[in-house]
Design a protein around this ligand. Structure first.
Ligand code: SAM
Ligand code: SF4
Length: 402
């Protein structure tokens, strides 16, 4: 979180298209607003998006879902419920943590419930991922999930968590309506875990995983960020361990979203090297289910000489093989701001509109306007995280919600 957000009080809603939101929720269209070129909910022209010419930043649809200027439709909602965390992963947070959001700026359980309801019922969101910071740090997490589940009986609700403390809450979370889990675990060595997360809690993560499985939360995916010289020798052991335990292993390229701002392209283990490392011990073949709009490229894993699929691996290659053209994600931060892209430099304040009394349609229009302006890729209309003019966004991964 940046200083601006730490000190922000209730500000006027800043809609990135130049439109403003009134207390009633009505959105004033910019006078230059061109007619919508396509209806939200229409088939996304995602495959052409990277090369497509941007439509003007004005002219968001007035109805339907979350269409952007490049023809993508966002149906995958990620909501951060808190910016705080109980670990300090070096690739994410500084050792001393961040200036946390004050309680009054955090969305309440009811506000999260309302925002998810608008996303699903008015804007066609098809799945929800709860994230943070660390979602388990919120004591009312079960209550948040139960409220969302009550409004959306069929919505897949997943959560990304470090699993510290999950052993005591897995059953309650399942009962509240949580569907599945992604657990972050970068190493199987206690010392490397303590070095990477700056906390000696590997045993707690493993206990959390065991409890999650016992509670029937599944499928469980394991997220590992690989760092050169730290845990890059663990690619095969992690795959072996995940496959043996029935988890899907997912490797994530390190992205420039860390609190220390010490990211370097030199430390990124590229997707092609990850595949090559796995192929030293397993046979990999493209998952026939394909990737769709999922961030991970998925692979089937077979043990040498065997025809049976032993498990699956996903590789999220945001740096070396970006998938922005197929992105279907829309994010809401723990203080209720819409981020159309992880790397955006702009946010749209949905929570102030809600607290000022906007009705559901007013909130939906704020969201359509925000997503219409979604950049082509990596926070700009140019692709590439390693390019010379790339500027790291002020908010870091934990403050956005990964
Ligand atoms: N605390 C939870 C956790 O770690 O699972 C949820 C929030 S965390 C920000 C969500 C995901 O972002 C985790 O899988 C984490 O590994 C990933 N992440 C954090 N910083 C990252 C970075 N700089 N590059 C790539 N992934 C990162
Ligand atoms: Fe916390 Fe997750 Fe960031 Fe690690 S990656 S510091 S667990 S928010």
């Amino acid at each position: 979180m940046d200083a601006e957000h730490a000190s922000a009080t209730r500000r006027p809603v800043a809609v990135s298209l130049g439109a403003t939101v009134t207390a009633s929720g009505a959105t004033a269209l910019p006078s230059t607003g061109a007619p919508p070129p396509a209806r939200a909910g229409a088939t996304a022209g995602v495959h052409g998006a990277a090369g497509a010419t941007a439509l003007p930043a004005t002219g968001a649809p007035r109805e339907g879902g979350l269409l952007d200027r490049f023809g993508r439709v966002a149906t995958d909602l990620r909501v951060s419920v808190i910016d705080k965390c109980n670990l300090r992963c070096t690739y994410c947070m500084p050792a001393d943590g961040m200036p946390w959001l004050p309680q009054t700026q955090l969305m309440s359980a009811d506000e999260i419930r309302r925002i998810v309801r608008v996303a699903v019922h008015s804007l066609g969101a098809e799945e929800l991922r709860i994230t943070g910071g660390e979602p388990l740090v919120r004591k009312d997490l079960e209550h948040i999930i139960a409220g969302i589940r009550a409004d959306n009986p069929d919505l897949p609700i997943s959560m990304t968590t470090n699993a510290v403390g999950l052993d005591k809450r897995a059953h309650a979370l399942k009962d509240a309506g949580l569907t599945r889990l992604n657990v972050s675990l970068d190493t199987l060595h206690p010392e490397t875990f303590a070095e990477l997360t700056r906390r000696p809690h590997l045993d707690k993560v493993l206990a959390g995983l065991q409890a999650a499985r016992a509670a029937g939360l599944g499928p469980i995916k394991i997220n590992a960020v690989l760092l050169a010289g730290v845990n890059d020798t663990e690619i095969v052991p992690l795959v072996e361990w995940a496959v043996s335990n029935g988890f899907e292993m997912r490797f994530i390229e390190d992205m420039p979203l860390d609190g220390d701002r010490s990211w370097s392209a030199q430390n990124v283990i590229p997707a092609r090297d990850i595949r090559a490392a796995i192929e030293q011990a397993f046979a990999l073949s493209a998952d026939p289910r394909g990737r769709g709009a999922a961030p991970a490229e998925r692979w089937e894993v077979r043990r040498p000489g065997e025809t049976e699929v032993a498990g699956h691996v996903g590789i999220i290659s945001s740096v070396t093989e970006p998938f922005c053209a197929a992105c279907t994600r829309t994010r809401v931060t723990a203080d209720g701001r819409i981020r159309s892209c992880l790397f955006s430099h702009e946010e749209t304040d949905l929570l102030t509109a809600l607290r000022d009394g906007a009705d559901d349609e007013g909130l939906a229009q704020v969201w359509r306007d925000a997503m219409w302006a979604k950049p082509r890729a990596h926070g700009s209309d140019r692709v590439g995280l390693a390019r010379a003019d790339f500027v790291q966004p002020e908010r870091t991964m934990s403050a956005i919600g990964g």
